[in-house]
Design a protein around this ligand. Structure first.
Ligand SMILES: Nc1nc2c(ncn2[C@@H]2O[C@H](COP(=O)(O)OP(=O)(O)O)[C@@H](O)[C@H]2O)c(=O)[nH]1
Ligand SMILES: [Mg+2]
Ligand SMILES: [Zn+2]
Length: 316
């Protein structure tokens, strides 16, 4: 399972200044310090990550220790990476058996979903939730475009909302045309580092522009020029929303979350409604499909169980 923590040893006796990587453009990293100043940094030497093989040694969200690169230069060298509280990864598109860390040290992951225009399937929502469970990241579901929901739509949406709430997830309903809901969304993010994700067109940029109009958020589809030249769209970016520790992590190019290295026997641990029964199955290696004496299925909703079976196919 992907929630093993990676530690990098600090073999350097020298003390650096502590900061957080908020942007990465290949070999350069923008590190933000406590006083909100930014320094462009490079990595010194090689950092080894135990466990999974990574294509990027440092990710957005990492806490690092920095020393000045050279006298008179305003660039820095990263000499140490703090152990990550959590992280989210995707498979490398170029190297098999390698993973790419999208972001680390997240307080929560927020999925923006819509019942229509476009439709977010419950299968997709479950994939998001299970990935968050696997990586120890609290998950929140936000149903946006509520202004488009008719009474008939509401009779379809309400049971979905109730289902996820009952499992224990926080669910919010929003519309960019409903100020009160935007205030609630703002509250949700306050003083936290939040990964905000969802299908293209669900309203991510619109919502964020509502609550942080000065941000000028890059839209996922268009790469734009920045002062560093062309932006490659494969890196996540952390946007500070204020000076009270509120950040959103924008993740261009993730179409779907990947479950990496999960064993079939571990998947049920990512379903809170199965988790509490796991010791009670007759067979200790029960994967909760056809085994006799399986107790773990008793509380799970039919559609959620269908998601379980689909995801089970992707496990080792
Ligand atoms: N009716 C309605 N339209 C919305 C809402 N939020 C976003 N939109 C529209 O949905 C479209 C896609 O929004 P955008 O923010 O670009 O989605 P993103 O791809 O997730 O960033 C735009 O035309 C928005 O104006 C909403 O709450 N209600
Ligand atoms: Mg967008
Ligand atoms: Zn079982």
């Amino acid at each position: 399972m992907g929630n093993k923590k990676h530690k990098s040893k600090n073999t350097n006796p020298e003390e650096g200044k502590k900061g957080r990587v908020i942007r990465s453009t290949g070999s350069w990293y923008d590190v933000q310090f406590e006083d909100y100043t930014l320094v462009k940094c490079r990595l010194r030497g090689k950092f080894k990550n135990k466990g999974i093989k990574l294509t990027n040694p440092i990710a957005v969200g990492d806490w690092v220790e920095v020393i000045p690169e050279e006298k008179g230069e305003d660039t820095g060298l990263i000499i140490n990476i703090e152990p990550r509280a959590n992280y989210i990864i995707r498979r490398s598109s170029r190297k098999i058996h390698f993973a790419h860390i999208i972001a680390s040290n997240l307080d929560q992951a927020v999925l923006i979903a819509t019942l229509k225009s476009p439709r977010t399937s419950t299968g997709f929502i479950d994939r998001f939730l299970i990935t968050c469970e696997a990586y120890d990241i609290p998950a929140v579901i936000v149903f946006n475009k509520m202004d488009l929901i008719s009474e008939t739509d509401q009779t379809k949406l309400q049971p979905i909302i109730d289902l996820y709430k009952e499992i224990g997830y926080q669910v919010l309903t929003t519309s960019i045309h409903d100020e009160a809901s935007m205030t609630q969304f703002n509250e949700l993010l306050k003083s936290k580092v939040s990964l905000v994700t969802g299908h293209s067109g669900v309203g991510k940029s619109s919502i964020i522009n509502e609550i942080a109009p000065d941000l000028d958020l890059r839209t996922n589809e268009i790469s734009r020029f920045s002062d560093k030249g062309t932006h490659t769209t494969t890196f996540a970016e952390m946007h500070p929303l204020d000076e009270e520790g509120t950040y959103i992590v924008d993740t261009p190019g993730i179409k779907e979350f990947g479950l990496i290295d999960m064993k079939k026997s571990e998947l049920a641990e990512c379903f809170p409604e199965m988790r509490s029964y796991l010791g009670e199955c007759k067979f200790h290696n029960c994967i909760h499909v056809h085994e006799p004496g399986c107790e773990a299925k008793q509380d799970i909703d039919e559609e959620r169980y269908y998601s379980y079976l689909l995801l089970l196919e992707e496990c080792e």
